[in-house]
Design a protein around this ligand. Sequence first.
Ligand code: SF4
Length: 490
Amino acid sequence: MGLLDRAGGQLTARAEDAEILVVNTCSFIDSAKQESVNAILEMAQHKRENGGKARRLIVAGCLVERYRDEIQRNIPEVDAVVGTGELEAILEAAGLTVVDAPAEEKSPFNILVSRAASAVHQHSHPSEVGTQLEIAQSSRAEGDLRERQGRFSRAQWKGATAALPEYLYSDETPRIRTTPRSSAYIKIAEGCDHPCSFCIIPQLRGKFRSRRLESIVAEAERLIAQGVREITLIGQDTTCYGEDLGLRINGEPAGLATLLDAVAVLPGLKWLRFLYAYPNKVTTRLLETIARHETIAKYLDVPLQHASPSVLKRMKRGGTAEVFLRLIEKARAIVPRIVLRSTFIVGFPGETDADFNELCEFVAAAKIDWLGVFCYSDEEGAAAFGLDAALKVPKRTIEARRRRLMKLQQKISARAKAAWVGREVDVLVEGESDETELLWQGRTALHAPEIDGKVLINDFGPHEALVPGTFYRAEITESHEYDVVARIIE
Ligand code: SF4
């Protein structure tokens, strides 16, 4: 959007007003693909029937990485496709060119080749006095190994190009935010090197690569200057951040902790968080960093996916219920009252009743604050797709297991939320409740945007009205299964 805007395009969210339609797509699992295809078909129909106003239809994003040729072949209304690694092509696809970029302005694209040069700059951001920040200039060994093993191969995908995206945006890339005034996401890394056998994200998004630390800090500063108070750092695996840049402290990978140290102290920032953590990358240093800064939300989203060692092994993730419980215990010891979020997959091929029961026992013991359960989706191109058909769990069983686990979690969540009653918290007010005009809603630092429960506000306290995007002090007065109710006190 930033590129289109800078090139003179006028943005509208209303398809009926648009001359150029852009559908940004997802291709992670079947249901996401279906949703993307439906949106393209809807826009194709709109283009055909809208009296000629919509001249061009562009499809962008991960569906293009997966089915590049097929999209245009099967949907003739599509004029151009733009994959995740070629964002600049959106301008040509839209028939626009950059009009106002000064000649000396750097390319908005920070492609991998500039890595070695950029790593040197990191030296100016050592954030821990008394420790040695080492800078190496190599990619992640794990990623290189997986590449040799074929992890990123798209050979089985008809209609996809072999080339992986290498794109990374930078603070120089024009950007238009669509999040509320006070909140912003910053993507700190792209791609993933992990071998999880149910997941095709590495083939879609490419090898793991980190943005330069100074670029992320510059972007955060700019966002704060624009009024942003809550920053969420994101990536497929934020806990690998900086490993490819060689960001280490005393020999240990410390990229994310270093980045958090640098961003957490920026004046004007109120809440900082990161999504998502890979379990064996949650180090003591990282937890201590979360504990040390007032601005860092005491919140950790660590997708665990399962608890049965045999399922985790087939998922190619490793770990056991015991290992995960120890990790949770450690997180709670180092960061008192830390709120944990996790996600699990049920119905992975070969998951037996005993495996599922082990997962339930783990969930009951771990008492994770926010928990999501996903039904296994068999994705062509993922290693698990090729597992013996006899191992595949029937859809009805998968759905029944999902319901059972969510029911169990409901009770755990209700009990945990009851313990919040009486607490005084800072609430970022978002606006009127989605469900009723009678209430307003907001979030605490312990709720990530868009995903966790809500704080429902039924009493404005000393205020006539509340201003969305503003922080207020509130007292939690009631709790439900996932949401809590609060009254404003300041
Ligand atoms: S870590 Fe996440 S993105 Fe990477 S392969 Fe595993 S599930 Fe996919």
